[in-house]
Design a protein around this ligand. Structure first.
Ligand SMILES: *[C@@H]1O[C@H](CO)[C@@H](O)[C@H](O)[C@H]1NC(C)=O
Ligand SMILES: *[C@@H]1O[C@H](CO)[C@@H](O)[C@H](O)[C@H]1NC(C)=O
Ligand SMILES: *[C@@H]1O[C@H](CO)[C@@H](O)[C@H](O)[C@H]1NC(C)=O
Ligand SMILES: *[C@@H]1O[C@H](CO)[C@@H](O)[C@H](O)[C@H]1NC(C)=O
Length: 743
């Protein structure tokens, strides 16, 4: 039912002439549309219609007169330890009887108290719209039934979308029980390689905290084959025999998904170690290991090593190798001329008994074993002439060669030759050439032709006339086999050789390949920002220019290399400005090279702050005290410069008496009326916002604060204009509607 207190009003205001009356006929709203249709007529004393009837539609506006109500006084819920943050485990719900299309019934939920609250942040969170309660990030991490298994939350619901202080609030208790997580990663799983079991083999099982989830695995590393699977009970299988020698550990994740494919639990890390078994035989490093021995070597001499490997796990007995000589052919002058160290494979002579005329080659079969497998490795021992001749150079001085500095690496610049009188094709006669002096940087390298012992001097690193125009090389020749006692290398094993490097015209060279600079974006035009320098290796004069100066921000002095700004810079357009600097030879401009200039523009506080609000604040008349409105400021500069705005009122007496402003955080402040005696009108409140930058910039803004009758808390009510003279009937109706609306 809707009641109108019309009569009194009519008597006092509308109907000065008491002999006339207004008659109202009202049709009640047929649906929930909050609309009433009224017919109005004015009657004379006899009850005859003077004017009208007029149809009047009255919109009945909702006011916020119903507090929200929870559908339960107390809620209970269960959460598992380690649940995913933000995944709801329960919902609360409240209703509000006010008009659902207005803020009066727009509800927002929040957590008021959290008992106990052992950490800096709450362990639970609530979705302010849906009422879904879920663990917070903190809660996902720290909830632990061992430490605390029950929590009591006091949750509140506010209407008015929680936007005003005058909203109604109700609260309810939520009792939450924490249960241990079932969702736990199994300990590292160990699987023996090369297993003969029937696959797939069950290796572990995981359990989700949630019912009806879909288990899945996903690989952390991309593998050519992924030999694991999981079934819908969370049982993990290995699908085929593994090979440790191929891959010795696997890491992957188990995930659970709901029907929509959303992750349910945090992915679990599964770690698998493949355990070694001895399934690999020893392998000889070479098909035949060839060892040379000079025939005068004494007993016990270490003559070489037989190398073998085993693919099984290192430093375990599975890969432990042992060596034993099985046979020696020929067995002359004795059958046990050689000895092999059982655990190292080092071969030694048992005595001083080798003689080329008796036997120059020996073939050994060496048995190499691990705990399971055996392999035979072949060793050939060549008895060679003693090394009693030194290499002798054909010339003690190769004089000189002249080469251009741009000759490519690898070019042979000279051939040299020494000869050795020892047995050909053995380590006693093979010659190794080395640059002994005059080449500290290894600019040259010498290779030997093993057939002819001829040496080839090659360029090993790029030559540079400007740094080293001349090399005085001393080259020596030695044998890989040691010389017999009493023989020494002498000056006949040395030769001399000079290299003259000639100059080639090269392009200019910058001192740096990248020049980096930082400048404030507000520097004046014509400020020096950088000086680049290049030199020409041949000493020609260098000229500078710029390429890629897209914004025409810079110019370079072609002679000095000084770079100045050509126009004003603006960080807000481009923060890192990159251009190429070109240096070219004056005489031959085609000889040029480039360096990169990277200019980092540093922000300057060149934008004053401004208000960031769509509509100005308003307060509902009459004020009840304690109202406040949020105001927000923003700034186009980098964060640095507006991290802390300050807000203040302009120091006018009026302003100071009526208003106060208080900071909320870096970007927001509250504006609140100081008293309740405000008229229904628009007040100008001059506010100064300062961005506290360097230099600080401030802006004065006139906030037009509307103190108005409110039709709802969200908007100002606009009243029908009043006239000073006696109203006509239609005007009277306008006034009537205004009055009704206020009621
Ligand atoms: C509701 O939550 C959202 C997102 O968390 C937030 O942006 C909004 O300000 C909240 N509303 C209220 C009234 O607290
Ligand atoms: C498995 O072991 C057998 C003998 O133990 C071996 O012959 C085979 O090569 C092994 N397989 C792999 C993949 O290592
Ligand atoms: C010994 O070895 C050398 C070099 O491999 C070979 O030329 C020669 O024929 C071998 N002699 C014997 C008797 O095996
Ligand atoms: C170096 O020694 C060899 C013999 O080993 C000899 O023929 C030669 O003359 C010696 N050269 C010099 C310069 O002493």
């Amino acid at each position: 039912s809707i009641y109108f207190y019309l009569k009194k009003r009519m008597g006092s205001k509308l109907c000065k002439n008491t002999s006339s009356r207004l008659r109202l006929q009202m049709e009640p709203p047929s649906d929930g549309s909050h609309q009433v249709c009224v017919t109005v007529e004015s009657l004379d004393e006899k009850g005859n219609t003077v004017k009208g009837p007029y149809a009047v539609t009255i919109h009945v506006e909702d006011i916020n007169d119903n507090p929200p109500e929870f559908d339960q006084a107390k809620y209970t819920g269960v959460v598992r330890q380690n649940s995913r943050p933000g995944k709801p485990f329960m919902y609360i719900h409240a209703t509000d009887r006010d008009d659902p299309t207005t803020p009066h019934a727009q509800l927002t939920y929040s957590i008021l108290h959290h008992f106990p609250n052992p950490y800096t942040e709450m362990l639970f969170q609530i979705d302010n719209i849906t009422g879904a309660i879920s663990p917070s990030k903190m809660g996902s991490h720290y909830l632990d039934p061992q430490k605390q298994d029950t929590f009591t939350l006091v949750v509140t619901v506010k209407d008015m979308a929680g936007m005003t202080m005058n909203a109604f609030t109700s609260s309810a208790d939520v009792i939450i029980t924490v249960k241990e997580s079932l969702w736990k990663a199994p300990a590292t799983i160990r699987i023996q390689e090369n297993s003969t079991q029937v696959h797939p083999v069950n290796i572990s099982q995981v359990h989700s905290n949630e019912p009806d989830v879909i288990y899945d695995l996903f690989e952390k590393e991309k593998l050519p084959r992924f030999p694991f699977s999981i079934d819908q009970n969370g049982v993990i299988y290995v699908t085929e025999p593994l090979d440790r020698e191929e891959k010795d550990t696997y890491t992957f994740f188990v995930v659970t998904k709901d029907k929509e494919g959303e992750l349910v639990d945090k992915p679990l890390h599964i770690h698998v170690i493949v355990e070694d078994i001895n399934d690999n035989p020893p392998v000889c490093k070479q098909a035949v290991t060839v060892i040379e021995v000079q025939e005068n070597e004494g007993g016990g001499s270490n003559i070489g090593t037989l190398f073998a490997t085993d693919m099984d796990e290192e430093d375990t007995l599975n890969s432990r190798l042992q060596f034993k000589i099985q046979s020696q052919v020929p067995a002359v002058p004795a059958s046990n001329l050689f000895f092999i160290q059982q655990d190292t494979g080092i071969l030694q002579l048992t005595s001083h008994s080798l003689n080329k005329r008796i036997a120059s080659n020996y073939s050994l079969k060496v048995l190499v074993t691990d705990a399971v497998f055996q392999t035979i490795c072949d060793v050939q021992i060549h008895v060679i002439d003693i090394n009693d001749q030194i290499p002798i150079f054909e010339k003690s001085d190769y004089h000189n060669v002249t080469v251009a500095e741009n000759l490519p690496v690898g070019t042979v610049i000279l051939e040299i030759q020494a000869t050795d009188g020892d047995e050909p094709a053995t380590g006693s006669s093979y010659i190794i050439y080395q640059v002994k002096e005059g080449d500290p940087d290894n600019t040259f390298i010498i290779e030997t032709d093993i057939e002819t012992n001829r040496g080839f001097v090659k360029i090993n690193k790029a030559l540079d006339f400007e740094t080293a125009p001349v090399y005085n090389l001393v080259i020596n020749a030695t044998n890989p086999e040691p010389l017999v006692p009493g023989v020494q290398y002498n000056s006949s094993s040395l030769t001399l050789f000079k290299v003259f490097v000639t100059n080639v015209d090269e392009p200019p060279v910058f001192h740096k390949t990248v020049y980096k600079g930082e400048v404030s974006e507000d520097i004046p035009v014509n400020t020096l920002v950088m000086m680049v320098e290049a030199y020409d290796p041949e000493g020609d004069t260098v000229r500078y220019s710029l390429e890629g100066d897209m914004r025409k921000w810079l110019r370079i002095d072609s002679i000095t290399g000084q770079i100045h700004t050509a126009s004003t810079l603006d960080r807000e357009q481009q923060e890192m400005y990159t251009v190429d600097v070109v240096a070219s030879e004056l005489k031959n401009a085609a000889q040029k090279s480039k360096a990169t200039l990277i200019l980092h523009l540093i922000d300057v506080n060149d934008n004053p702050p401004q208000l960031a609000m769509d509509y100005p604040p308003f307060f509902c008349h009459p004020l009840s005290g304690g109202e406040k409105a949020l105001i927000q400021a923003t700034d186009a500069d980098e964060q640095l410069y507006y991290s802390t705005f300050s807000f203040s009122l302009v120091d006018y007496m009026n302003t100071r008496n009526n208003w106060e402003i208080s900071k909320v955080n870096a970007t927001h402040a509250y504006l609140s009326p100081k008293h309740a005696n405000f008229e229904e009108k628009v007040y100008n409140v001059p506010v100064i916002i300062n961005d506290n930058g360097k230099p600080p910039l401030e802006r004065k803004v006139n906030l037009e604060v509307n103190i108005c009758k409110c039709s709802s808390e969200m908007s100002c009510f606009i009243e029908v204009q009043r006239e000073h003279f006696w109203p006509t009937t239609s005007q009277a109706i306008g006034i009537l509607i205004g009055v009704l609306l206020i009621i």
